[in-house]
Ligand binder design. Structure first.
Ligand SMILES: NC(=O)c1ccc[n+]([C@@H]2O[C@H](COP(=O)([O-])OP(=O)(O)OC[C@H]3O[C@@H](n4cnc5c(N)ncnc54)[C@H](O)[C@@H]3O)[C@@H](O)[C@H]2O)c1
Length: 299
């Protein structure tokens, strides 16, 4: 793909405007579209605000062209990425429409969080140029983009997509099979399942779970991945630990009853002020600010 590619982003919400920002900041020409006029109209100013907040060149926002008409938004694109609502029927319908207007060699990507890419792309007539690209929020601060191939995706489509994201300063990771949760969310939710189980069993409270993670292996995680860590301590020690620990940790194949009860009681976390822990508006704002500050310090 050219150093200055034509990128089309469908959906100008939380993820879409951030993805558009990353490609524009990397020098690409970006078109963005959205079904909701208000979200489209504010996309460029939100991008400019983000760039200002990051101390980056705001002029990149001018490379993002809002376009209300889908056909016009994708017609000349080298690469189309969809970040609309997480709804399979909406995404399938959208890609069928996109395919009617794009060039035959344009790459088509979905930023779905959890819907199988195979389900989204199965109705396309040229499925070899379609794949998943799973960004993390906020797209301009979290480096990872998982690049998910399906059974139909061609090798050049994967290679061009990996190179495009690497060139835009992201850290692409090739996911070779279209499995639920890809890589990052499988790992993250394996940890969350055990975290919830520890509380459910009365072994500790929710704050203690978070304190333990943040004060122990969480400290090392930015520089020491789990398999680097296993090699560091030794695969023999890892095996000895697994022989004792794995039979004891949660392996239920469904969500915890404890989690279901919280949801049934409308303890939805930040949204209602209580989840695993209670959250005042000040505490919510402070945690959000701490996360953003931390991500900026690592950027
Ligand atoms: N929020 C996250 O942390 C996160 C992280 C990774 C992936 N994702 C995925 O990214 C996608 C977008 O998530 P979001 O958080 O940005 O959602 P959002 O609700 O902020 O934005 C979605 C946007 O899509 C628009 N839209 C809906 N249907 C449309 C259509 N048919 N055509 C054009 N525009 C349409 C909406 O108007 C809205 O502006 C979802 O698939 C989500 O699962 C989200």
């Amino acid at each position: 793909m050219a150093a200055k590619a034509r990128i089309s982003v469908i959906g100008a919400g939380l993820m879409g405007h951030g993805i558009a920002q990353v490609f524009a900041a990397a020098g690409h020409e970006v078109t963005i579209t959205d079904a909701a006029a208000q979200n489209l109209d504010t996309a460029r100013s939100r991008i400019a605000d983000n760039l200002r907040d990051l101390g980056e060149d705001e002029s990149a926002a001018a490379r993002v062209r809002p376009c209300a008409d889908l056909a016009n938004a994708v017609r000349d694109a080298d690469y189309v990425v969809e970040a609309v609502s997480e709804d399979l029927a909406v995404k399938q319908k959208l890609f069928a429409e996109i395919e009617r207007h794009v060039r035959a060699d344009a790459i088509l990507a979905s930023n779905t969080s959890v819907i199988p890419i195979t389900s989204i792309m199965q109705g396309l007539s040229r499925r070899e140029r379609a794949l998943g690209t799973h960004w993390w929020n906020p797209p301009f601060l979290v480096p990872l983009v998982e690049v998910i191939e399906t059974q139909w995706t061609s090798a050049p489509t994967v290679a061009l997509t990996m190179a495009l994201h690497e060139g835009a300063g992201k850290k692409p990771a090739h996911v070779k099979k279209d499995v639920p949760g890809f890589i990052g969310n499988r790992l993250q939710h394996a940890l969350w399942r055990e975290a919830i189980s520890l509380v459910e069993q009365g072994i500790c409270d929710a704050q203690t779970v978070d304190d333990v993670v943040k004060a122990s292996f969480g400290r090392r995680l930015p520089v020491l991945g789990p398999l680097e860590n296993a090699d560091l301590v030794g695969t023999d020690l890892t095996l000895a630990i697994h022989n004792i620990v794995l039979p004891a940790i949660d392996s239920r194949p469904e969500p915890s009853p404890y989690l279901k009860k919280l949801v049934a009681e409308k303890k939805l976390g930040f949204k209602t002020g209580e989840g695993f822990r209670t959250w005042s508006p000040t505490e919510r704002a402070a945690l959000h600010a701490r996360v953003m500050q931390h991500l900026k310090s690592m950027a």
